[in-house]
Design a protein around this ligand. Sequence first.
Ligand SMILES: Cc1cc2nc3c(=O)[nH]c(=O)nc-3n(C[C@H](O)[C@H](O)[C@H](O)COP(=O)(O)OP(=O)(O)OC[C@H]3O[C@@H](n4cnc5c(N)ncnc54)[C@H](O)[C@@H]3O)c2cc1C
Length: 227
Amino acid sequence: MISYWEKDIFAQADFIVIGAGIIGLSTAISLRMRHKKAKVLVLERGTFPTGASTRNAGFACFGSLTELAANIKEWGEDTTYTMVEKRKKGLEFLRNRLGSDEACGYEQFGGYELITEQQMPHLEALHNMNTMLTPLFGESPFIDHSAYKQRFGFGDTVAALLYCPYEGQIHSGKTMSSLALYAKQMGVEILYGVNVQSLCSDDKGVDLEVHIAPLHSHSSLRAEVKY
Ligand SMILES: Cc1cc2nc3c(=O)[nH]c(=O)nc-3n(C[C@H](O)[C@H](O)[C@H](O)COP(=O)(O)OP(=O)(O)OC[C@H]3O[C@@H](n4cnc5c(N)ncnc54)[C@H](O)[C@@H]3O)c2cc1C
């Protein structure tokens, strides 16, 4: 059971987003920006976000030469270019949204792709790939650093070394903590310990059955645009 007051404040919203991972929080923030008067509620089953967003490696990459070469084979150049563009712009968008690189622990150290002997034919794609991506980065993103092979101690196991200065990393914990803080500052309500168990939509909104862990109880919530 939840009280009359709790029900009045927490049990209904214009928009309810399930999950406080990077997608859920970003969606909630965008909804709030687009609909300034709307009540936006995020329901998270964990005591903090407990999905991939806080457990990933934090690589902020847009795809290596061999990955993108495989993507071009499957989807063609236009789709691959658009995907790289979205990855690049998405990262810039997140960094801008959080206001500083410190907020997400972003560091652009660059990254290397190790090319084995069997993968050497992929190097033939280097020139075309750089030409394709130069409009996006302002210069060739992939640079042949094979000269550094011995310095890094790879010996003969690695046939070539490709460097990309645009690869970086984020601190996933910092990012999610900063994103949650930003969402709250934007007026998004985040409830933790609420597991959504079922959804039922009608022509006006959606009813949600939830389990509220701290209260050991079930309850109903409703999302319906009313503002
Ligand atoms: C091991 C691993 C490594 C990765 N490494 C990288 C990387 O280096 N770089 C990169 O860019 N990407 C990486 N990814 C991918 C990236 O982490 C995910 O694409 C991204 O975090 C997905 O975000 P999300 O918000 O969709 O999901 P999640 O972060 O999983 O968020 C979903 C949230 O919803 C909550 N939830 C789920 N069901 C319910 C429910 N019924 N009721 C209430 N709450 C619910 C969960 O508790 C969770 O907090 C990695 C993924 C994994 C798994």
